[in-house]
Design a protein around this ligand. Sequence first.
Ligand SMILES: NC(=O)c1ccc[n+]([C@@H]2O[C@H](COP(=O)([O-])OP(=O)(O)OC[C@H]3O[C@@H](n4cnc5c(N)ncnc54)[C@H](OP(=O)(O)O)[C@@H]3O)[C@@H](O)[C@H]2O)c1
Length: 259
Amino acid sequence: MRSIVSVLCVLLLSGLAPLQAATAPVVLVTGSNRGLGLEFVKQYAGKGWTVIATVRDPSTAPELAALAAQHRNITVEKLDVGNRAEIVALAAKYQGKPIDVLLNNAGLLGDREKQGLKQLDYATFEEVLRVNTYAPLAMAQAFMPNVVASEQKKIVTLTSGLSSIANTKRSADLYFYRVSKAGVNMAMHALQSDVREQGVKVGILAPGMVETRLLRQSGYAGAAGVLSTEQSVAAVIRNIENLNQDAEIVLYTGEKVPW
Ligand SMILES: NC(=O)c1ccc[n+]([C@@H]2O[C@H](COP(=O)([O-])OP(=O)(O)OC[C@H]3O[C@@H](n4cnc5c(N)ncnc54)[C@H](OP(=O)(O)O)[C@@H]3O)[C@@H](O)[C@H]2O)c1
């Protein structure tokens, strides 16, 4: 009798299993209306992830809106990462919801002509620091409980090869952008030490030179080896999949960039 009950239980459970859909991993992307951010949303949604696509002004993000209309797994949220009150409010909205990958993509180059030695515009410097340096740390702080509660526990910030002190031998333009990215590298490296024991993995990933508005503003658009957003994002996602707890700067190719 007992064995019949066991068999019935197994049959019942195996019959029910397909009905219980596995929970999809969740990624939150900042700056997802264009460039690399929009492509991250596209590729993660295509992989079946649940995507929280944040954008400074949803009313001026038609490509993202069209993508969200095609994919039920994309939720668009308004977030100006330069505004800490908005970050805190969004984290409160998502309280108790696991986030597997927190992806700090939003970034600002700042006007090129305002960050050379001939003219250093400090208001521009503050804005660049607010978006590139303070915001990723504020995001990590606000969403840490969501990341810790998730399966994958990853915090990723996009940095730039221009942040490398070791590689800044000749050209030294774009002071603000370089400083802001070198600063966020340190913030993320320190963060890794802080959250290592909670199992969190912190990534500092450089996407390469990618054909976006930011690259065109930088003056590097015609350089050799420029990637499409599709190529760069596919490679960065592979690096996110392989993330460890070293918190070093990793290029899209998987090579380490010297600090
Ligand atoms: N492209 C490259 O070659 C390259 C190389 C190295 C690193 N990166 C890094 O990659 C990341 C993405 O850049 P991208 O190349 O895709 O540049 P992009 O096309 O200029 O996109 C930048 C994104 O950041 C968003 N953003 C800027 N300030 C924001 C704010 N206060 N709040 C919310 N979003 C804000 C922009 O939104 P709005 O439209 O609202 O301004 C836009 O979505 C950046 O962190 C950048 O530094 C890019």
